[in-house]
Design a binder for this molecule. Structure first.
Ligand SMILES: [Zn+2]
Ligand SMILES: [Zn+2]
Length: 244
């Protein structure tokens, strides 16, 4: 029996038995988040500079922070202080269930439509989504083999389907690193440097929407962006579920 089988046939049913599936918002049994609780989720209204929080910049970096970043914008949908969002992200990591990734993917989709408004009036993606490729932030092989699940990849897959955009897993993580959350800000950049590799063909000015679940200092997203730009990417926007 391989690990996937053990997980599907033994571990998941056992976890369901010990912790029955219930809405993280209202504890109603049967689903991870019921529709009324989904409708109640809030979004960041003001997409400020992702680093110093200067307002009114729609995810762009202010002139003081920009020199340190190659990624063009980072859009943050929600706040990790919101317990429903935090709980969904934690449960997604713990249980590795696609349904939770789909809920978070839907949350990002609604966020794009309501807050970023990058769809035109015919509901087609408008600039810069037209020539856009959706790319998830990858996990290292070691972590992926342990979890058999990359939460950002699952969120990205769902979002790509909803937006009718292509997605690619050609960005890989070639080094195993310490979790960024356990490091001080100045060490995060060092920890993640040269960790990613684009294995696909030249991106030929294609715009990229980089997907991750949580952002803290933006170092990981930026390092991904640096690698993608080396391979010909056009504009790169980060899109994350929550600010940690
Ligand atoms: Zn509910
Ligand atoms: Zn700033």
């Amino acid at each position: 029996m391989n690990f996937d089988k053990i997980k599907n046939q033994v571990i998941t049913p056992l976890l369901d038995f010990i912790f029955p599936i219930e809405c993280v918002g209202c504890q109603k049994e049967g689903e991870w988040l019921c529709e009324p609780c989904f409708e109640k989720l809030s979004f960041y209204k003001n997409q400020y500079c992702p680093i110093c929080k200067q307002e009114g910049l729609m995810g762009k970096f202010c002139p003081n922070c920009k020199p340190f970043y190659e990624i063009d914008r980072i859009f943050i949908a929600g706040n990790y202080k919101n317990i429903v969002i935090a709980d969904l992200i934690k449960k997604l990591k713990f249980y590795s269930v696609k349904n939770i990734a789909n809920i978070l993917g839907e949350y990002l989709y609604v966020f794009i439509k309501k807050e970023i408004k990058i769809f035109d009036k015919n509901n087609h993606p408008s600039f810069p989504l037209k020539k856009t490729l959706i790319v998830p932030v990858p996990l290292s092989h070691k972590r992926y083999n342990f979890r058999t699940f990359n939460q950002s990849e699952e969120i990205a897959k769902f979002l790509a389907k909803k937006c009718k955009l292509p997605t690619s897993n050609n960005l890989i993580k070639i080094k195993h690193t310490k979790p960024q959350t356990k490091l001080k800000r100045e060490n995060r950049l060092k920890n993640i440097k040269n960790c990613f590799k684009w294995e696909g063909e030249n991106l030929n000015k294609k715009n990229i929407l980089l997907i991750d679940d949580v952002v803290t200092t933006g170092s990981t997203l930026n390092e991904c962006a640096r690698e993608l730009k080396k391979h010909g990417a056009g504009k790169i926007w980060g899109l994350v579920v929550a600010k940690g």
